[in-house]
Design a protein around this ligand. Structure first.
Ligand code: UDP
Length: 332
């Protein structure tokens, strides 16, 4: 099978590319960022890296025409981008998704769309089933531009599905693992790991009782592959993740313990970290029964085990000395 992964040089995309190569498939990655996260795959004959954007319809039409299955993961991701450059988030995520779907529809090719747990917003009634409500704040709060952009993408998916396009939507729940983001930036796991490895204070926002369900990348990838290769997933949404809930302050403590760090935990206000254009999500928990039942995947990696692998990977990069690992805005 020939698999096209937009945003395939990002965190989830690079692991997905590996998984399909291991299955014996051909993989093309379209990504506007660097090839750092896939440089170990470049020499493989069944792997191709194309630097380009999902905003470029010509390149999309060419690559989609050669594919049997498309994963659309290219997006601007990360809270710091939502609050610093909402225009780019909206343009890439909304227009890029529309472009990919239009090209796929033209060629009749199945699309798996990488959406997000963010679409549920701050709906207080957890766990969230796939058909539960979205509860988002004001459009004056930039944080919600990402959730909105992904929800628009999902609407495009279902609009094309009604026209006959096979399309599946996956909502990822706080996926982490090797190659996540640059240390000290991006998502909370890489921020805390960077701080712990450099013996700096761990910045927990609010009182740290807000929760997330941290999903190890290997578990996420098993479900993501299944959604693409299995029939009967078309027209469906799947929550992808674990339902084990972790308080952010407990994540901070666990990271301090596992890294053997001397870092103290420092409580900071949200405004201190992200300015006034940010609101937090107090609890984020999926109902994963559909993933279990239809995709037959269970996210089984305990947080401590997944973090140990992640810490080992960051350490192997020598990040404690150099202060930087690979990371960029495009990906998943
Ligand atoms: N967070 C934190 N300290 C940081 C960065 C993030 O306490 O330095 C918190 C953030 O406020 C949120 C949670 O960690 O409650 C997860 O943040 P992340 O940026 O990973 O994305 P989210 O899950 O909110 O999409």
């Amino acid at each position: 099978m020939r698999v096209l992964i937009t945003g395939g040089a990002g965190f989830v995309g690079s692991h997905l590319a590996e998984a399909f190569l291991q299955r014996g498939d051909e993989v093309t990655v379209l990504d506007a960022g660097t090839d750092h996260k896939v440089c170990h795959l470049l020499a493989q004959p069944r792997f191709r890296f194309v630097r380009g954007s999902v905003l470029d319809n010509k390149v999309l039409d060419w690559l989609v025409g050669e594919a049997d299955l498309i994963y659309h993961l290219a997006a601007v991701v990360g809270v710091e981008h939502y609050v610093s450059n909402p225009l780019k988030v909206l343009q890439v995520n909304v227009n890029g998704t529309q472009n990919v779907l239009r090209a796929a529809f033209g060629h009749g090719c199945k699309v798996v769309f990488g959406s997000t747990s963010e679409v549920y917003g701050r709906n207080g009634r957890v766990p969230w089933g796939e058909d539960d409500d979205r509860v988002l704040g004001s459009t004056r709060v930039d944080r919600w531009c990402y959730a909105t952009s992904k929800a628009v993408g999902e609407h495009f998916c279902f609009a094309y599905h009604r026209l006959g396009l096979p399309v599946t939507v996956l909502r990822f729940f706080n996926v982490y693992g090797p190659r996540l983001d640059s240390l000290c930036s991006g998502r909370v796991v890489s921020v805390f790991l960077g701080q712990a490895l450099r013996q700096e204070p761990i910045t927990v926002t609010g009182d740290g009782t807000q929760t997330r369900c941290f999903t190890y990348i290997a578990d996420c990838i098993r479900a993501t592959v299944a959604a693409g290769v299995q029939t009967g997933t078309e027209g469906e949404i799947f929550n992808i993740g674990t339902d084990v809930e972790t308080k952010i302050v407990d994540l901070a403590r666990l990271i301090v313990k596992l890294t053997g760090s001397c870092s103290e935990i420092r409580f900071v206000s949200h405004a201190e970290l992200y300015g006034s254009r940010y609101e937090d999500v107090p609890r984020r928990v999926p109902d994963v029964s559909k993933m279990r039942k239809i995709l037959r995947v269970e996210a089984m990696t305990p947080l401590a085990e997944g973090l140990r692998h992640t810490i080992a990977w960051f350490r192997a990069q020598g990040v404690e000395q150099t202060g930087a690992a690979v990371g960029y805005a495009f990906g998943s």
